[in-house]
Design a protein around this ligand. Structure first.
Ligand code: SF4
Length: 486
């Protein structure tokens, strides 16, 4: 069967935002493409972010090229990978396909959004034939083999009743998946020097996933939706083979391990470090990953550093134990501070995630989080407003009225605080004012400073722009600039 896999962006007007394009390999899609091809299907991929980049963000031209692609390849099945922020764009593109081919094409959506809201997704987009719920590669393979969408576990059609619905359990042996079919993707824009993957280091980086899932279940996190609860791991041999192929295929100097939590199995992580050192990759490659703060032990961090790790991302979220408990993070401020200290002592960079707008948060809590950032002095700071992603506890607790007002395109972590959504203990006016001030006087200027520091003596237009902004901030707000953890 001719199958087209589409990786959409958020809608026009929402994307791209700011100066960064988060270009990376959509890993699940790359595995799905490999699996389908291995089983005899013809697979084509449309990366809308890269398509738009190539069209200089002329959306009409990108749409015209998408239609040409459909005309030339006439896929029998089109599958959209749909995180919530891309739902509206999935629906729009599905409409374009339907206009062209009436009912001849099977159009499917998979990923976090259709998994969280299968019936609503089908209701909002009648052009979809069905949605894939949960982990989707094997469901898609079965649908492609059978040439149908009814009666397949994990696949929900509009007419499927709750009694007929068959869930599909996640695959317990991840190594059964063939390695990602990178050759089907436009890899040059991803693996060229960019600052996004290992922020803010201008490196030629490939993103890899070596596990799925997380041992925790935070109230705001959509990761367990498709990955299920618990953690499943690729074997060390599989990871090394994948990495070796990446190194042989692309001129890389860095790898981002994009696992939710890379140290879910400390023994396996130590084996990965050991294997990288034995192959000499620890000198050739820099790498980064994400850990939970309760996994950061000095001995482990030293091993990671020796194996080439340069940056660790932590979801610190807040400097309040009360709020950490409230969001189900299962970590403490003491663990957070210790993780930052150990990372620093091991000689690695810190990528700090902080979230504002937590349920019950006060203005003092926000100030304490800024104090925490000052104390740990991260090289990278991501400080955003919490958003209620479908499928999370946070979303389930929203009023029906607010749910009905949400625009899917707004539900991403690149923008402002979500209008009308204020779970904090502050009044709307105070919350909005405080969040805007934090962004204006702390987060943005700190970002310019961090980017400049990592840019070294580079003199590109981007660097000039950051320099201009940073200097202007220092001139206009000298005391605030002095209080930043630069
Ligand atoms: S620890 Fe991280 S990945 Fe795991 S549920 Fe919480 S936010 Fe999600």
């Amino acid at each position: 069967m001719n199958i087209l896999l589409v990786h959409p962006t958020p809608p026009r007007g929402y994307w791209p935002r700011g100066v960064f394009l988060p270009l990376c390999v959509p890993t699940e899609m790359a595995h799905a493409a490999a699996l389908l091809r291995q089983q005899g299907h013809q697979v084509l991929v449309e990366q809308r972010d890269i398509r738009l980049l190539q069209c200089e963000f002329d959306w009409d031209t990108a749409d015209a090229r998408f239609m040409t692609l459909l005309q030339e390849h006439d896929p029998a099945m089109v599958v959209f990978f749909t995180p919530t922020a891309t739902a509206e764009e999935t629906f729009r593109l599905a409409g374009m396909i339907r206009t062209r081919s009436a009912d001849a094409t099977t159009i499917l959506a998979c990923g976090p959004h259709p998994t969280a809201l299968p019936e609503q997704t089908l209701g909002e987009c009648p052009n979809l034939t069905a949605v894939l719920v949960g982990e989707w590669e094997w469901t898609l393979l079965e649908a492609a083999h059978q040439g149908r969408t009814k009666g397949i576990a994990g696949l929900r059609t509009p007419s499927c009743t709750n009694a007929e619905w068959l869930p599909r359990p996640v695959c317990t042996d991840l190594d059964k998946l063939p390695p990602p079919a990178w050759d089907l993707f436009a890899m040059e824009p991803i693996t060229r020097r960019q600052r996004w993957l290992i922020r803010w280091l201008p490196l030629r980086t490939l993103n890899l996933r070596t596990s799925r899932g997380c041992p925790n279940a935070c109230s705001y996190c959509a990761a367990p939706l498709t990955a299920g609860t618990g953690v499943r791991l690729h074997s060390v041999d599989y990871v090394m083979a994948m990495l070796e192929r990446g190194l042989n295929s692309y001129p890389l100097d860095a790898v981002l391990f994009e696992d939710e939590t890379f140290a879910a199995d400390e023994g396996r992580l130590l084996q990965i470090c050991d294997a990288m050192r034995k192959r000499g990759w620890s000198e050739r490659l820099r790498w980064a990953c994400c850990l939970r703060t309760d996994q950061a032990r000095p001995a482990l961090l030293r091993e990671m550093k020796a194996a080439g790790c340069r940056q660790i991302e932590y979801g610190f979220e807040t400097a309040s134990d009360r709020l950490l408990k409230q969001i189900g993070k299962n970590t403490t401020c003491e663990q957070n501070l210790a993780a930052a200290r150990y990372t620093r002592e091991a000689g690695m960079r810190i990528f700090a995630n902080i979230m504002f707008g937590l349920p019950g948060e006060t203005a003092d809590d926000m100030d304490n989080s800024l104090g925490f950032i000052r104390a740990i002095r991260p090289e990278v700071l991501s400080a955003t407003a919490m958003i209620p992603l479908p499928g999370t506890e946070l979303y389930r607790n929203l009023s029906p009225e607010l749910k009905s007002r949400l625009a899917w395109g707004d539900l991403h972590y690149f923008g402002d605080a979500l209008e009308g959504f204020n779970p904090t203990a502050m009044s709307d006016a105070l919350w909005n004012r405080k969040f805007r001030q934090v962004q204006k006087y702390f987060v943005k200027p700190l970002l310019w400073h961090q980017l400049l520091r990592d840019a070294g003596d580079e003199s590109s237009a981007d660097v000039q722009f950051w320099k201009k902004n940073w200097r202007r901030f220092q001139r206009r707000h000298p005391f605030k600039a002095l209080r930043l953890p630069t």
